[in-house]
Design a protein around this ligand. Sequence first.
Ligand code: VGL
Ligand code: ZN
Length: 205
Amino acid sequence: MAFGQGEVEPMNVSLTSSDALIVVDVQNDFCPGGALPAPEGDKVVPSMNAYIQRFHEEGLPIAASRDWHPEDHMSFRKEGGPWPPHCIQGSQGAEYHPDLSLPEETHHVKKGTRADEEDYSAFLGHPSLTAFLHENDVDRIFVGGLTTEYCVKETVLDALEEGFDVLVLDDATQGVNVEHGDANKALEEMRSQGARVITSTDIEP
Ligand code: VGL
Ligand code: ZN
């Protein structure tokens, strides 16, 4: 089959036993109705559930992160940061979206738990995630979730630095888009650092 100009060539990704799925911050506060919503954040839930189901069926490891802030976190405006209070430890806004369907065996990561540190990445400062992936002989990760420009991007860039191959799940990420186009810029930046951006149709059945 030939692909014309402007058409995107399918990637034909086959899952292998050294793959893992990372679900970033699919939490109420990053969805419509939450404190810091990606305008279409909840749209990732069905597509993420499909990836979760596929990886689970294949027996592949799954990790999920949550932004998990104390009430006086430095990223909040009242502390001089850029954001409204969000994902406060133990609050409903900090819970996973109620329709997100994570298996029992999921490795959970809480981040941003210290008041004096921004902590967008699920990797940096969270050695348990790297350890979990290495224990499972993972060398390639599939990353989706919220939000494209902040926690997904920083997680992807750190994973690349740690030597993982990284595929970003375009149909399972959504941006905040504080400025129009921010999410697309973030995808470009991830690509330029070596990540590939794919959708579920690129993965062989
Ligand atoms: C995030 C802004 C502030 C994210 C977390 O999960 O992308 N964004 N805290
Ligand atoms: Zn946060």
